[in-house]
Design a protein around this ligand. Structure first.
Ligand SMILES: [Zn+2]
Length: 228
């Protein structure tokens, strides 16, 4: 026979915390041929996470960069977004006596998605019959894949930890407190929660990119390119 205490708590006992899961996605599903070009993947990046770059003109690359940067030969871009494993099952409506309902998070996976695209100047498209051309391509793509590794780590490791510091996440996704309807419409059904997380992701992404693109690293790559 169930105890009287347990029967009063079925709602609470069914609740689960959010599980934040990072997913690396690609604008283009093709993967770069790691074996053929003898590409050394940065430790931690799987070949399945190494996208085939799009080869673009200088003008197109500058558009991706946001401004002309004549020394830049490639760029890895990423878009952050938020998704749910099953939105309608994960958010439960709690009716109130008067007025609009409240909403409660029921647990399950919440995804941090990063959709990555890599662009490389078309003059660095590898010509398989020309060894230096292949070497130059390898140097550039290996560098861009370091940014892709950062993008993977940002959504898989950094963001799931970083968002736990947010009181809103603690309240609604960890403690499963009820959320009022207008807030639910604005943040959860609308894009606001994603927009609220985005600066945290962007700030850390810029920090890591600056490290990858430090003047020392840039000079090292330039010397490698000259030897290629
Ligand atoms: Zn870079």
């Amino acid at each position: 026979m169930p105890s009287p205490i347990l029967t009063t708590l079925p709602l609470v006992s069914n609740l689960l915390k959010a599980k934040f899961v990072g997913r690396l996605k690609f604008a283009n599903s093709a993967k770069v041929d790691v074996g053929k070009y003898k590409i050394e993947l940065p430790p931690g990046l799987a070949a399945a996470d190494a996208p085939q770059p799009s080869f673009v003109t200088r003008k197109e690359l500058d558009q991706q960069l946001g401004k002309p940067r004549p020394s830049v030969k490639g760029v890895a871009k990423a878009k952050f977004s938020l998704a749910y494993a099953n939105f309608n099952q994960q958010w439960r409506q709690i009716p109130t006596k008067n007025g609009p309902p409240q909403w409660q998070f029921m647990g399950g996976e919440v995804y941090f998605d990063s959709t990555v695209s890599v662009y490389i100047l078309d003059e660095y498209k590898p010509n398989d019959k020309d060894k230096s051309s292949v070497n130059r391509f390898r140097i550039i793509i290996q560098h861009e894949l370091e940014h892709v590794l950062d993008d993977a780590d940002l959504v898989r490791t950094f963001m799931p930890q970083a968002v736990l510091k947010e009181s809103m996440v603690q309240r609604y996704f960890v403690q499963n407190q009820p959320m009022d309807n207008s807030m639910f419409e604005y943040f959860i059904r609308g894009p606001k929660l994603q927009e609220y997380f985005e600066p945290t992701w962007m700030l850390e992404r810029n920090k890591r990119a600056d490290k990858r693109d430090s003047p020392e690293e840039y000079n090292r790559l330039m010397r490698e390119m000259q030897k290629a």
